[in-house]
Ligand binder design. Structure first.
Ligand code: C2E
Ligand code: SIN
Ligand code: SIN
Ligand code: FE
Ligand code: FE
Length: 502
């Protein structure tokens, strides 16, 4: 993936040199002599100190001094040496180069001092003619430059490793997401975290938006943070270009990230108000995005499979429904009412979803019930009733033996949905909590829906009568806990009936 080109490098600042000497003339001469000095296209800028004390103040304040010309004898015999010791030991500045200078020949400091304080050079002031001063400065600044290169590389590597750790943490989070919206939200949060665009930084980045493209020019906003992204013709053109050229691009201050993947769909990331993205950030984003592309594929595939399953299940339910002329939406309403009950009961989300998808199959066993029984307009005789009562066992035999959570739940539900709470139901006569919770929920939803709607053998009942009946059989036929939850959430149940009529 191609990323932004790093921002054009700004004009490089001059090298900073600190002159420390109690004789003002030395300052002037040195500055004058080095007027035309340049290294790597950078000139010099000078700071001045006239005592050891002053030198310390400047050094403590200015962090990027490349070189100090340091007089040894100032307010004291060894003022310069003390500054050198202080720099290396107390200030812990190991980078700035030091050239010692003294006016008294023969006063060279001990070798031990030169080594310990990492002093680059020792010069007598008489030696400071133009050529010698130039060579000394060149050597010291080159040394400083090389030290700083190593240091920058070390810092970069540290940042990069830190960044990689963040990428890994972010990717792990992303991979946990199972649906597209959660994924998109997670993605945005992680991108923001990755670029360290925390609250205050979001002011700089005006907004982040995750978008799905179908490859045919249709785009859907999945999630956004900060300023709203409108799918203007300009942005659509940018999205389209990103998708067809398969690249990410910064145009103006809008960055469009493209994550390629194997499905027909594409995920796109829009960052608005981007000023620049550092090379390291771009690399990290790229690594992150390659993980995102895989996660995106997984989620689309996952969603495709779940959608297919859900539709297949509803269609299976429809087969029975259409045969018994229980026109329309019985199984869909049941699934929704089960969802309401399970949520109200505080079941975890994954169980709520499993129940919702399994419930429509509860009467699948009626596939084996002959039309003469199933479609009989009046009451069933005892022989017909025996046949009808086989549908839970038939349902179990159809659904049994799978390891898939939804099918496992569906098998239990098909088998137990006509059990009664007091133990008088069929086929096993199970009682109370021995009846699986899913089946107790489905029983409530099933009876509710059968009573609220017309059947070949009965008319629809008014809601007051249904509620009254539910209270009556609560604790006998039906689990009182779920009857209570249904009555409490009756407005939701009636809204479902209205939305999904026969
Ligand atoms: P279904 O129509 O899906 O009804 C499911 C359950 O709702 C019934 O289970 C019963 O508990 C309740 N229910 C339905 N209609 C009424 C009603 O008018 N009064 C009362 N008190 N409860 C009702 P159940 O009884 O085990 O019946 C299982 C299935 O057997 C029914 O499924 C339906 O397909 C069939 N069925 C039951 N009774 C008759 C009938 O009189 N004539 C015909 N043709 N089929 C019947
Ligand atoms: C980091 O700071 O850890 C990554 C590099 C960057 O944000 O520029
Ligand atoms: C799904 O699994 O399709 C999402 C959960 C739901 O529809 O309840
Ligand atoms: Fe049934
Ligand atoms: Fe039913």
């Amino acid at each position: 993936m191609s990323f932004l080109s790093p921002a054009a490098s700004p004009k490089l600042p001059p090298w900073k040199i600190l002159l420390v000497d109690d004789e003002p003339d030395i300052h002037d001469i040195t500055k004058l002599t080095l007027t035309r000095f340049r290294l790597d296209g950078r000139g010099l800028t000078f700071l001045h100190a006239y005592t050891g004390m002053e030198a310390k103040e400047v050094l403590a304040r200015e962090k990027d001094i490349a070189l100090v010309f340091l007089d040894v004898v100032m307010e004291r015999e060894d003022s310069g040496l003390e500054v050198a010791r202080w720099m290396r030991q107390d200030l812990d500045n190991q980078f700035t180069r030091i050239v010692l200078r003294t006016g008294q020949p023969g006063q060279a400091p001990e070798e031990r001092v030169i080594v310990n304080y990492d002093i680059n050079d020792y010069k007598e002031k008489t030696e400071l003619d133009r050529t010698k001063l130039f060579t000394t400065t060149f050597a010291a600044l080159r040394a400083y430059r090389d030290i700083m290169k190593v240091e920058e590389a070390r810092l970069q590597q540290m940042h990069y490793r830190e960044g990689l750790e963040r990428v890994i943490a972010a990717s792990t989070h992303i991979f946990k997401q199972r649906n597209l919206k959660d994924f998109a939200n997670g993605l945005l949060l992680q991108v923001v975290a990755l670029l360290r665009l925390e609250q205050s930084m979001l002011l700089r980045l005006r907004g982040a938006t995750a978008i799905a493209g179908d490859g045919a020019g249709a785009y859907e906003v999945l999630a956004q943070i900060g300023e709203e992204t409108l799918l203007t013709p300009e942005l659509m053109a940018q999205l389209h270009a990103a998708q067809s050229n398969r690249i990410s691009k910064l145009e103006g201050d809008t960055y469009v990230g493209y994550f390629p993947n194997n499905s027909g769909k594409a995920s796109l990331l829009v960052l608005k108000g981007v000023e620049e993205i550092s090379e390291i950030d771009a690399k990290l984003l790229e690594i992150f995005c390659s993980g995102v592309a895989i996660a995106f594929d997984n989620i689309l595939l996952n969603q495709e499979i779940t959608d297919t399953q859900a539709e297949l299940i509803l269609r299976l339910g429809d087969v029975v429904e259409s045969r018994s002329h229980e026109a329309g939406n019985h199984v869909r309403r049941m699934a929704e009412v089960c969802h309401v009950l399970a949520k109200a009961a505080g079941l975890p989300d994954d169980e709520v979803a499993v129940l919702k998808h399994a419930a429509p199959m509860h009467d699948i066993g009626k596939i084996a019930t002959p039309d003469s029984v199933l479609l009989k307009p009046g009451k069933l005789d005892p022989e017909e009733w025996e046949i009808m009562k086989q549908h839970p066992a038939v349902g179990l035999s159809i659904l049994d033996g799978s390891q898939r959570p939804i099918l496992k739940a569906a098998a239990v539900i098909a088998h137990q949905h006509h059990e009664k709470y007091d133990g008088t139901g069929y086929p096993q006569g199970l009682k109370g909590e021995d009846i699986h919770q899913y089946a107790r929920i489905v029983a409530v939803a099933d009876v509710f829906d059968a009573l609220m709607h017309k059947r070949v053998y009965k008319d629809a009942w008014p809601v007051e009568r249904v509620t009254e009946y539910l209270r009556e059989v609560s604790g006998r036929h039906l689990d009182p806990r779920f009857v209570e939850l249904l009555i409490q959430n009756m407005d939701q149940a009636l809204a479902i009936n209205e939305r999904l009529p026969d």
